[in-house]
Design a binder for this molecule. Structure first.
Ligand code: ATP
Ligand code: MG
Length: 371
């Protein structure tokens, strides 16, 4: 194991802990925002049922994991109806592609929502915005996906990790807040999704910090609950995915790691600033040790694949490599382009630099999460 640098005094961790408490208090959404989101979910489901009577909208992402920050979007999956109607790939008429997403889009527009239908993504995504009103002072953004059930399972795994130790949620909220404020949390603009940040935080808590804060739930050796082959089929391919992870967390021993959140954050920033080899390594939380090499995965050169719609393409980049814990051929950070990866690396270095300035934490407080 590579050693983390230890040349920073304990007072720095104290400042970081204080800062993270402030940030968490500021970043966590108020209860009223969560209620408004749940009400929106019910309304959207009722509207969906007017098009597909057995439609259901299932929430995933930060509303479920508890990693939401104020203004987090609402992620939902549309289920029900016939898949053929939704993706209508057999049709030769391109205008009939995505029949249900398009019907839902026009219905939502009639109801006053702002909408955009993304069809060049791996699965269609309907993005909608509900403007703030007097009754509901929050502008809400919602992404409705029409496939991708793996997201429900990875959401459950993040939630399970979060239940293992309260520091998981604190780390997640702090890192998301930092990444949002520093503009390195935008998968549409060349940087990393919140989900990607969640995975790199888990790698640190499972594999890097000693003693570990978390066990690896996907390799956890428990004699009387050996991995059952829990497998699902997903989407348009015949691909299957192993989705087993250990869920009986009440039986797990508490972590021997007693570090406070400041110490953990410092170690996290240092690891990705100085120890992680961005050009060579792949974060792989399902694997023992948590790392693979790009060579081992064959993740060496960018690959362009045809997308679902005519003239669309999907670019698989491997500049930064974070393996999805279930869909192991999927690089969660393929959204990161060259300038994006450089900005992310620079932000890790900047964070470490700020942590090292010895001025009673003043610079740190002012600058670490400065917009
Ligand atoms: P935020 O509060 O910023 O919206 P979030 O925790 O909801 O954060 P998102 O990045 O919105 O995180 O992702 C929500 C869910 O979508 C994830 O739990 C995951 O299931 C899925 N997801 C997002 N990005 C990817 C990706 N690149 N690859 C696979 N699944 C993803
Ligand atoms: Mg989200």
């Amino acid at each position: 194991q590579r050693q983390l640098r230890r040349d920073i005094g304990p007072e720095v961790c104290q400042y970081l802990s204080e800062l993270s408490k402030k940030v968490i208090a500021e970043a966590a959404p108020p209860e009223s925002e969560i209620l408004v989101k749940r009400a929106l979910l019910e309304r959207l489901e009722a509207i969906s049922k007017t098009i597909v009577p057995d439609a259901k909208l299932i929430a995933f992402g930060s509303l479920v994991t508890g990693f939401a920050t104020a203004n987090s979007d609402l992620d939902v999956i549309f289920t029900g109806g016939d898949r053929v109607d939704i993706l209508n790939e057999s049709s030769d008429d391109p205008s009939s592609n995505f029949r249900i997403p398009m019907l839902l889009e026009s219905k939502l527009q009639e109801e006053g929502f702002g909408t955009t239908l993304l069809t060049k993504t791996r699965v269609p995504i309907l993005k909608l915005v509900q403007k703030a009103t007097e009754q509901s002072p929050y502008e809400l953004q919602c992404d409705i996906g029409f496939s991708n059930h793996l997201a429900l399972y990875n959401t459950q795994m993040l939630l399970t990790y979060s239940k293992c130790d309260p520091r998981v949620k604190e780390m997640m909220i702090f890192i998301k807040w930092w990444a949002k404020r520093r503009h390195i949390n935008n998968p549409y603009r060349g940087t990393l999704s919140s989900y990607g940040y969640a995975l790199i935080v888990l790698h640190y808590l499972i594999n890097v910090v000693k003693p570990p804060v978390l066990p690896n739930l996907q390799t956890f050796p428990v004699p009387d609950s050996a991995p059952t082959n829990e497998i699902i089929f997903e989407g348009d391919s015949d691909d299957t995915f192993e989705i087993w992870f250990y869920k009986d967390i009440e039986k797990l021993p508490k972590s021997d790691n007693a570090m406070d959140i400041g110490e953990l954050l410092k170690g996290f920033f240092e690891y990705y600033a100085h120890n992680f080899q961005w050009g060579r390594e792949v974060v792989s939380i399902r694997t023992k040790g948590g790392l693979m090499t790009k060579q081992e995965k064959g993740w060496v050169a960018a690959v362009i694949k045809p997308g679902r719609t005519e003239n669309s393409e999907v670019k698989n980049r491997y500049l930064f490599a974070v393996e999805d814990p279930f869909e192991t051929e999927h690089n969660v950070s393929r959204t990161c382009n060259g300038p994006g990866v450089n900005r992310i690396k620079d932000e890790f270095k900047r964070a470490v630099w700020l942590i090292r300035v010895r001025d009673g934490g003043k610079t740190l407080f002012q600058n670490l999460c400065m917009e």
